[in-house]
Design a protein around this ligand. Structure first.
Ligand code: NAD
Ligand code: GLY
Length: 397
């Protein structure tokens, strides 16, 4: 272990134990995961046939107007069905289709939402519906947080990544040329509707990107789930509805457990960023949209696990196991050569950095030699720059 490495502090915010993983799901029948945040609590409805069913939205806030925010790819697939389903709740439902792509997750595109709301004199009870992947969800949520200082919104995620991660937990944001998701707010939706049918139209590459965020939950919280993902990767990639239902449900359970204890990331919630410090650097370094977010996370997890191993928190066998799983999900395991200095510069700008010191989510709460628990128990810590440079040298093309 490197001499200047300080042992990681205990992560603050864990007050409850996670319910054990129950793998058996007889079918993809509707299930509900609840996220407990006091008066900001809400349900995540998971199942098939939900999106176009009016009953799904029965408890949503009623108002004169609703605005469905989507993009030019998702609108022709699902907007009509959603509008029909929610029409009984509103006098007027409008649809706004944004340009599609991470490169449009910016202030100019966000303004299109405000233009539409102001142009139709939307009042402060107007309900926004985010129909699409994480880009639409993050932007719509941020617009909802800001328009008239806050209007209600509902997440209708249509990518696997959005169903297992971005639609849940209330992180909303846009990108800035100098950093990803740097301008945003914590703002919780009223309801999340994860209709598994929408995953049937998802391109293969996007499905793989969602699998990265599912894999993430294993090493940070639940190695029984990790074993299950390993055993079922082929079926997940073949879009077996019952397997997808289990993966989405368990991912949401873990995310709800984390967010319910640390909504605004004063400690524990940072574990959801496993792989993201390296991954965000790849996304920003190559230019947003070149690598998918999930691809950055997949490769970033291999890099973060390698760093964990070099600091003694996990053994080589675990890194090899994780690398095989990321590869089996159809994701890259080797990073692009941005140059170590550029990686470090980008990672210093990460939201977890403190005073320019990069913080990493590592697997294993402490070095194994100091009694660390290994995979399933994470920590957040700094690392000697020399070791990070070694990791970059070994994990980059
Ligand atoms: P995305 O929103 O860009 O969607 C991926 C692609 O799939 C897009 O081209 C989209 O139009 C298309 N698409 C969406 N649904 C489809 C469907 N059912 N059928 C066919 N095509 C469909 O990407 P994403 O992976 O969903 O989300 C990534 C974004 O989420 C990033 O901006 C990331 O920063 C953010 N994110 C946020 C959080 C959070 O907690 N808020 C967590 C993780 C990721
Ligand atoms: N996706 C990271 C978080 O929600 O905190």
């Amino acid at each position: 272990m490197a001499a200047q490495y300080a042992l990681p502090p205990k992560l603050q915010g864990m007050n409850a134990s996670l319910t054990p993983f129950v793998p058996g799901q007889p079918s993809a029948a509707a299930q509900t995961v609840s996220i407990d945040l006091g008066d900001r609590s809400y349900d995540i409805a998971i199942g098939t046939g939900l999106l176009g069913n009016s009953a799904t939205y029965a408890a949503c806030p009623k108002a004169a107007q609703a605005l469905v925010v989507t993009n030019t790819t998702v609108a022709p697939l699902y907007a009509k069905r959603l509008v029909q389903a929610i029409s009984p709740l509103y006098q007027q439902v409008q649809v706004l289709a944004l340009p599609d792509g991470e490169q449009y997750k910016d202030g100019a595109t966000l303004n299109l939402i405000y233009d539409q709301l102001l142009g139709s004199t939307a009042d402060r009870k107007t309900v926004l519906y985010a129909l699409g992947g994480g880009v639409v969800g993050d932007m719509t949520g941020f617009a909802a947080a800001c328009y008239m200082r806050g209007v209600p919104f509902v997440q209708v995620p249509t990518t696997l990544l959005a169903q297992v991660d971005s639609s849940v937990g209330g992180k909303t944001a846009i990108n800035h040329p100098l950093g990803k998701n740097m301008i945003g707010a914590f703002y919780q939706p009223q309801l999340v509707v994860a209709d598994l049918d929408t995953l049937n139209t998802l391109p293969e590459r996007e499905l793989s990107a969602g699998l990265a965020e599912i894999i993430k939950y294993g090493p940070i919280a639940d190695m029984a789930f990790f074993d299950w993902i390993e055993a079922n990767m082929a079926g997940l990639r073949a879009r077996d509805p019952a397997l997808l239902a289990t993966a989405v449900r368990r991912s949401c359970e873990i995310k709800a457990w984390v967010v319910g204890q640390d909504e605004k990331e004063s400690g524990l919630r940072a574990i959801l960023n496993f792989g993201h410090t390296f991954g965000h650097a790849i996304e920003a370094g190559l230019g947003y949209g070149e690598w998918l977010h999930g691809e950055g996370v997949g490769c970033g997890m291999v890099m973060a696990a390698t760093l964990s191993q070099r600091l003694g928190h996990v053994d080589e066998a675990f890194v090899a196991r994780l690398t095989r799983l990321v590869q089996a999900a159809g994701l890259p395991t080797v990073g692009p050569d941005l140059g170590a200095d550029r990686y470090l510069q980008l990672m210093r700008g990460d939201k977890k950095s403190e005073g320019g010191d990069i913080k990493f989510v590592l697997i294993g709460d402490a070095p194994l030699a100091s009694g660390g628990k290994g995979p399933g128990s994470p920590c957040m810590t700094g690392a000697p720059e020399s070791v990070v440079r070694e990791v970059l040298a070994s994990c980059v093309v």
